[in-house]
Design a protein around this ligand. Structure first.
Ligand code: AMP
Ligand code: ZN
Length: 461
């Protein structure tokens, strides 16, 4: 039995698909005005684990993810600049070009982290007509109003607006009288924003209300409903979406279809930098490439993320990455030494399954994995069992074996030969320089009485 924490109900509850064996899942995608930062990637690793666990339970997952390539303003209150226009200015390219560039970079990040791609990618700019149609549907229900800069959703018209966030609407009304512009209620949000008369926008469209662009929230409600229906199994995103984006997606869906859009709402908690929030708009953030440039295997970051429960914030630092690299290295050494897999051990598989099905408890699942590694089961059984675990862990252990059986590349062997010569000539400086080159190629040299041995490495020293 799979149990998941549903933010909507604020409790762990048993998961059953609305239409088994199919599970329809929507994940809020990246805003492609810049590279993904490692915080974003943590959320996508969490969603990947969720999909793998659902599949492990025998369900067929239909996974949809959007690409936000328009209309996402720099702050949650429908103020500030359009992020795409900001990205354009920085990169000196058109909004369409930067969306393309960062979408491709994002897909490469996902591949390097072994995150399975969604079955359907949908771009906001490809679905303007659907968004307009949904705003018209909401308009027909009488919950929108027009002010000078756009068309807004009147949140006071819903009885339980903000329920998922447990918002105290009365408190908000009393507290935020200032800076509300012409909005009727502080929680009202834009469905359609008008282009300013004096402004030449790169991305703007005609609409029944005037030329402009869709608000931030409408794309997810419209595209999720298009691909998954107006009430589907799971909607997920990062914890920041609990307060604004998801209440608004739900409000739009309630107005238009009378549903809360998804049966389960799941949220991944933030990756932070020593207590600081990582944000793209602050301009200062770490991306996967930063980690690769420091010589780590991308899977060290995946392993690092698996070490924290998705409902707990985790703090990123290089010391923690080194710890993850060492653990992964140990795992790699163990797994590649084991012979061909025989039969998995059912007791371990059950223990592991209990942990992943307990609201995706990956830290505990990893502990079960290490118990297995240290156990005195026959190595072939360990191998078969860990390959089952890796369906969820996604560390690519099948390839570790293949790669261990592959000969060391000739170029690396040549470096080892030259290092042996340098050592014979007592040219220690040259020998050390060659060791560094071998490390850069992904191998560690261990000098043994029988000569040098090579081990694949997960991080540069
Ligand atoms: P964005 O590109 O800002 O729309 O964010 C893409 C995804 O990353 C969303 O699901 C966010 O909730 C999530 N996210 C943003 N910042 C972080 C962070 N520091 N840690 C984890 N997830 C994040
Ligand atoms: Zn969304």
């Amino acid at each position: 039995m799979l149990n998941l924490f549903d933010t909507y109900e604020r409790r762990v509850r048993p998961f059953t698909p609305l239409n088994p064996p199919e599970v329809k899942l929507y994940a809020c995608g990246l805003t492609v005005y810049d590279y993904a930062h490692i915080g974003n990637l943590r959320t996508y690793i969490f969603e990947d684990i969720l999909c793998r666990v659902l599949e492990f339970n025998g369900y067929q997952v239909q996974h949809v993810m959007n690409i936000t390539d328009v209309g996402h303003l720099t702050d949650d209150a429908d103020a500030g600049e359009d992020k795409m226009e900001v990205g354009t200015r920085r990169a000196g390219k058109s909004a369409w070009e930067i969306a393309e560039i960062y979408t491709e970079a994002f897909k490469q990040d996902l591949a390097q982290l072994h995150i399975h791609e969604p079955h359907i990618w949908c771009k906001a700019t490809d679905h303007i007509a659907e968004q307009i149609a949904m705003i018209q549907c909401i308009e027909a229900k009488g919950v929108i109003y027009r002010i000078s800069d756009g068309i807004y959703f009147d949140t006071s018209k819903l009885d339980d607006y903000g329920y998922i966030a447990r918002l105290n609407i009365e408190g908000l009304q009393a507290g935020i009288r200032v800076a509300m512009s012409e909005k009727r209620n502080p929680t009202d949000f834009a469905l359609w924003k008008f282009s300013k008369p004096d402004e030449q926008r790169q991305m703007e469209w005609d609409s029944p209300w005037g030329v402009g662009f869709p608000g931030w929230h409408i794309e997810c409600s419209a595209m999720a409903a298009k691909y998954l229906g107006s009430f589907f199994d799971i909607h997920c995103g990062g914890e920041d979406h609990i307060m604004v984006h998801h209440p608004n997606e739900i409000a739009q869906s309630q107005a238009c279809y009378g549903t809360r859009l998804a049966n389960f709402w799941l949220h991944g908690y933030f990756l932070q930098l020593d207590g600081l929030k990582m944000s793209k708009s602050s301009g200062d953030f770490l991306r996967l490439q930063t980690i690769l440039d420091r010589g780590y295997d991308p899977l060290v970051f995946r392993y690092f993320c698996l070490g924290g429960h998705y409902r707990a914030k985790i703090t990123f630092n290089w010391q923690a990455m080194d710890g993850a690299a060492t653990a992964l290295q140990r795992l790699h050494t163990a797994v590649t030494q084991w012979p061909a897999p025989t039969e998995p051990d059912e007791t371990y598989v059950t223990q592991f399954t209990n942990q992943i099905n307990d609201d995706l408890n990956m830290p505990r699942a990893l502990a079960v994995m290490w118990d297995l590694v240290k156990s005195d089961l026959p190595d072939g059984v360990k191998k078969a069992t860990i390959l089952v675990f890796d369906q969820i862990l996604g560390l690519g252990m099948v390839d570790w074996q293949a790669e261990a059986e592959q000969p060391i590349p000739e170029a690396v062997q040549a470096l080892v030969g030259r290092r042996q010569e340098a050592r014979a000539n007592k040219d220690w400086q040259q020998a050390d320089a060659l060791r560094d080159q071998i490390a850069a190629a992904g191998y560690d040299v261990v000098d043994t009485p029988d000569g040098p041995e090579l081990k694949r490495r997960m991080a540069r020293a």
